[in-house]
Write a protein that binds this ligand. Structure first.
Ligand code: SAM
Length: 278
């Protein structure tokens, strides 16, 4: 595949010349350093012929790097003005298609024709976790996702028991996740307030528990995290309206100490609780 990439200076000039006014509500912090997109595509392990869904291609800096690596790219962009610009800019490249849609409601099966795909993206930060969750729960989840998010979100996603949250629980349920790159603010236009990080999430082949027990797990964990200063026994008893002694007995039955805090539990333990509770 021929090199479609532009230099960092060319990207900065193009952004200024295009008249695009980046909006905060759409998380428009554009990358301008080619070195960073090279690193993202390398971390994603893209090889020629791979199908990649890129959420929010924007001006296309990452898109061009993916195409250069030989990927077939489907961009999903919500901003009408950017979509028009990008279609024009990449006209004639038959390995690129653009879908104008809100990625929070994307049904990947409808655009991949059932083919395996991975996701590579510099995500709009305010809706990043909603987009990731929608993809993981879709009828055709990606094989992997290599995505840029705020550094603190990346840290929460990859947290271990002791520092768990609903986000790390969901991440760990569906994927094996690691932070592969820390990205400074200065490589974006406009620069965001805080540092960013690229997380690589590899989809787990089989999920623990039944669909029903996973749904129940999230409902219980949400309840417990809403009262995360309380012990697990107290939090669940209050949330479910079940006497504390009964909850303690159920937790004891699945070998979980009722005095623990919700942030100390891993996915397997939550599934055990979900399957034991009435
Ligand atoms: N990929 C480009 C880059 O790295 O420079 C742009 C990344 S920018 C952080 C996020 C992009 O997502 C913007 O192009 C924005 O318009 C788009 N976007 C925002 N919300 C979206 C949504 N709900 N669905 C799809 N795209 C969205």
């Amino acid at each position: 595949m021929k090199n479609l990439q532009r230099t960092s200076e060319e990207w900065k000039r193009l952004l200024t010349k295009s008249g695009v006014k980046p909006t905060k509500s759409m998380g428009q912090n554009f990358l301008t350093e080619t070195r960073v997109v090279e690193e993202i595509v390398e971390a994603a392990g893209v090889v020629p012929g791979d199908l990649v869904i890129e959420i929010g291609p924007g001006m296309g800096i990452l898109t061009r790097q993916l195409l250069t690596a030989g990927a077939e790219v489907i961009g999903v962009e919500l901003d009408r003005e950017l979509a028009v610009l990008l279609r024009k800019d990449l006209a004639g490249i038959d390995t690129f298609t653009l879908v104008e849609q809100d990625a929070r409601y994307l049904d990947p099966a409808a655009i991949t024709g059932g083919r395996d795909y991975q996701v590579v993206a510099n995500l709009p930060y305010s809706v990043a976790s909603v987009i990731l969750r929608n993809l993981m729960e879709s009828s055709q989840p990606p094989t992997s996702m290599t995505v840029m998010v705020q550094k603190e979100v990346a840290e929460r996603m990859t947290a271990d028991p002791g520092d768990m949250s609903l986000l790390s629980l969901a991440t760990d349920l569906y994927t094996e996740a690691e932070i592969v790159l820390i990205v400074p603010k200065e490589v974006f236009l406009p620069p965001p307030k805080i540092e960013s990080a690229v997380v690589r999430l590899v989809t787990r082949p089989g999920l623990p528990g039944s669909h029903e027990s996973r749904e129940r797990m999230f409902a219980l964990a949400t309840m417990a995290f809403q009262r995360k200063r309380k012990t697990l026994g107290n939090g669940l008893s209050m949330g479910l309206g079940i006497p504390k002694a009964d909850i303690d007995m159920i937790l004891h039955g699945v070998d979980i100490d009722a005095t623990r805090r919700p942030q100390t539990l891993g996915v397997a333990e939550w599934i055990r609780i979900a399957e034991a509770l009435p």
